[in-house]
Ligand binder design. Structure first.
Ligand SMILES: *[C@@H]1O[C@H](CO)[C@@H](O)[C@H](O)[C@H]1NC(C)=O
Ligand SMILES: *[C@@H]1O[C@H](CO)[C@@H](O)[C@H](O)[C@H]1NC(C)=O
Ligand SMILES: *[C@@H]1O[C@H](CO)[C@@H](O)[C@H](O)[C@H]1NC(C)=O
Length: 289
């Protein structure tokens, strides 16, 4: 399974505070981030806990650590984690959208129960440093995935079984949302760099389009909610709702990355990545701070 830009971007939304001391090396563009740190969304206490958990293996950053869950899922020892990347919402898009834990989160678990499980484990001091680092990497990955509308949809295996065309290439609908449209958008507008995109998103959260709504994105997060599935369920329901508006709204043969479909999807992707990055920050603060 390839690492997905969607996932990387959510993690990159947290990169800036970790890399502040070295931004200068990355050129003029990033010097701007040093002067105006893009994403001061996690506390100093959280930052130091996260850095200490990840260590030099991950360059003290959630960015390189975020795709780990995708790389291990193909290994036999981690096969049990495959269902944790999604929830198979058995709804009926585009006419009826919903997520139900009792209906959709099977005996082998789903993304909602996985966020709950690894949130508990990351705090368990009886576990080894490695086990707690794994828990942090899973949380980071799954809080990203849960914002992708086709990670919260059972229909046609989350769109994997729907053929699609993106920028002239044959692919499937799921991959178009995970990778295709984001790659095109990053190439066209963000120097093909998730960190540049993250900085743009962070600015919108701090003082732009999202400034007035960001607080509502994290309103369910508190220390007492960490043990519950209620916040992850809210996030899953929000992402799933797009399966009844834009996600399946195309005609056979349409190039999804070169049409109205793309124009409608990009603002949704931007907002979902912004939300999940900001939620990850506040979730980690609730855990560590
Ligand atoms: C590690 O992080 C530093 C500072 O954030 C950054 O300058 C450097 O490029 C990173 N190294 C790699 C291999 O990503
Ligand atoms: C929680 O995570 C551990 C470690 O990956 C796993 O062994 C266990 O089955 C998980 N439990 C649930 C309920 O998901
Ligand atoms: C579906 O796509 C068409 C064509 O782009 C657009 O006019 C319509 O508003 C879309 N419907 C929804 C529910 O987004």
């Amino acid at each position: 399974m390839m690492k997905t830009p969607f996932q990387l971007a959510v993690a990159a939304a947290l990169l800036s505070p970790f890399g502040v001391s070295a931004w200068g090396e990355l050129g003029h563009e990033t010097i701007g981030y040093v002067i105006m740190p893009a994403l001061p969304f996690i506390s100093a206490t959280t930052l130091s806990s996260v850095q200490s958990s990840l260590g030099s293996t991950y360059n003290f950053s959630l960015g390189p650590a975020a795709p780990w869950a995708d790389t291990v899922r193909a290994e036999a020892a981690y096969a049990f984690t495959a269902p944790y990347h999604f929830v198979d919402a058995e709804d009926s898009p585009p006419s009826s959208c919903s997520v139900s834990i009792s209906r959709d989160c099977g005996a082998s678990g789903c993304i909602i129960s996985a966020i709950q499980n690894y949130t508990k484990r990351v705090q368990e001091t009886s576990l080894s440093k490695t086990q707690r680092q794994e828990a942090l990497k899973f949380i980071t990955h799954f809080i990203g995935d849960i914002g992708q509308p086709l990670h919260v949809e059972a229909y046609e295996v989350g769109g994997n079984d729907i053929k699609a065309t993106c920028s002239g290439k044959s692919t499937n609908l799921h991959a178009t949302w995970d990778t295709g449209m984001i790659t095109k958008n990053l190439d066209a507008n963000y120097n093909s760099d998730p960190q540049v995109w993250a900085a743009a998103i962070a600015k919108e959260i701090k003082s732009g389009t999202y400034a007035s709504v960001a607080a509502s994105w994290v309103s369910c997060i508190s220390a007492s909610e960490l043990s519950s599935t209620s916040c992850p369920l809210v996030w899953a329901e929000e992402a799933n709702s797009f399966d009844c508006t834009d996600v399946f709204n195309f005609t056979t043969g349409q190039d999804l990355c070169d049409s109205d479909y793309y124009d409608a999807a990009i603002p949704i992707i931007d907002e979902q990545v912004a939300k999940q990055g900001y939620r990850l920050a506040k979730w980690l603060d609730a855990i560590y701070d």
